[in-house]
Design a protein around this ligand. Structure first.
Ligand code: HEC
Length: 257
C-alpha cells in the first residue's frame, strides 16, 4: 500500500467531507428507485441499436473477424478480452480502435474516437460478448505485459496543480471515504467493476459514455490534464483497470450513477 505524501494528504483532507461509516450508500432512496427503473429500460439500449446499424454500414461480422484473424463464431469471447494485442495493428488496442481499422480497411471515412457513432458502434460490438465472462489476459504476450506495467504507472502518477493521481482517490486506504458527498469507489469490487460494464449510461450526466471517457471525467474533476483517447497511456490505463475486475460477466450497456 502506498503512503500518500504530506501534500497529497492535505489536499485530500481538504477535499473529503466528513466520513460517515454508517452511511455507505451513494444513492438516495429516490435515486435507487430510478436506478431500478432504468435497469429495466436502460436509455443506452438505443445506442446499441443505432450502433448495430452503423456497424453494418461500415463492415460485417465476417469481414471484421477476418481482419482480426478470428472465426465469426469466436468473436464474442474474443471481444470479451479487450484491450488486447492485435496483430494487424502491431500493438495493444481498444475495441474502438479496431473499428477505426475496419473503416480504413473498407476505405470508409474513419470515425473519431470521440464521436457519437464510435460510442454507439463500440457499445454494439461489445454487446455481442454479453453473457461471456470478461477475459483480458495481461500475461498473453510481451506487449500486454508492458501495457499492464505502464497502466499501473499512469494510475499512480501524481499530476496537476493538486498533485493527485488516480490512486489518491482509488487506493485501498481511501476507498469509502467521501468526496463532495460521493463515496470513493473501489475499482476492484463487483459493484464498481469496469470490466464488462462500459459503455454505460451515466444517470448523473444523462448520457452514454465509454470507459476511457469515464477516465477523462475523473481527470477533469481532479484538474489533471486529460490523457488523449487512443494514446498509449490511455490504452494502458484501460488494460490496468479492466484487469482489476477480470472475470466479471459482460452486460452491455451498463448503468452507472
Ligand atoms: C479526486 C478524487 C478522484 C480522482 C483523482 C480520480 N477519481 Fe475516479 N472516481 C472518483 C469518484 C468520487 C467516483 C465515483 C463517482 C460517482 O459515482 O459519481 C469515481 C469513479 C471512477 C470510475 C467509475 C467506476 C465504475 O463504477 O465503473 C472509474 C473507472 C474511475 N473513477 C477511474 C479513475 C481514473 C482512471 C483516475 C485517474 C485518471 C481517477 N478515477 C481519478 C474520484 C476520483
Amino acid at each position: 500500500m502506498r503512503l500518500l505524501s504530506v501534500s497529497t494528504a492535505l489536499v485530500c483532507l481538504a477535499l473529503f467531507s466528513g466520513v460517515n461509516a454508517e452511511e455507505k450508500m451513494s444513492m438516495s432512496d429516490a435515486d435507487k428507485a430510478m436506478y431500478a427503473e432504468m435497469l429495466e429500460n436502460n436509455p443506452a439500449d438505443m445506442d446499441v441499436v443505432e450502433g448495430k446499424e452503423l456497424f453494418n454500414a461500415l463492415t460485417s461480422q465476417a469481414v471484421y473477424g477476418q481482419m482480426l484473424g478470428v472465426k465469426e463464431k469466436d468473436l464474442p469471447s474474443y471481444i470479451a478480452g479487450f484491450p488486447r494485442f492485435v496483430k494487424p495493428a502491431g500493438k495493444v488496442v481498444t475495441l474502438s480502435q479496431t473499428l477505426q481499422m475496419a473503416a480504413a480497411l473498407g476505405a470508409k471515412s474513419v470515425p473519431k474516437l470521440e464521436s457519437k457513432e464510435m460510442l454507439q458502434m463500440t457499445a454494439y460490438l461489445k454487446s455481442l460478448a454479453n453473457d461471456q465472462t470478461t477475459n483480458i489476459d495481461v500475461k498473453a504476450n510481451k506487449q500486454m505485459q508492458e501495457m499492464m506495467k505502464l497502466g499501473q504507472e499512469v494510475f499512480e502518477e501524481r499530476r496537476g496543480g493538486r498533485g493527485l493521481s488516480c490512486n489518491s482517490c482509488h487506493s485501498p486506504d481511501v476507498i469509502g471515504q467521501r468526496l463532495r458527498m460521493q463515496p470513493l469507489p473501489d475499482l476492484g469490487s463487483k459493484v464498481n467493476a469496469s470490466a464488462g460494464t462500459w459503455p454505460a449510461y451515466r444517470m448523473t450526466k444523462s448520457e452514454t459514455t465509454l470507459l476511457d471517457k469515464r477516465f477523462q471525467q475523473c481527470m477533469d474533476n481532479a484538474l489533471l490534464a486529460k490523457i488523449p483517447l487512443g494514446s498509449r497511456e490511455m490504452v494502458a490505463l484501460e488494460v490496468y483497470i479492466t484487469n482489476k475486475t477480470k472475470g466479471n460477466p459482460s452486460q452491455i450497456p451498463g448503468l452507472k450513477r
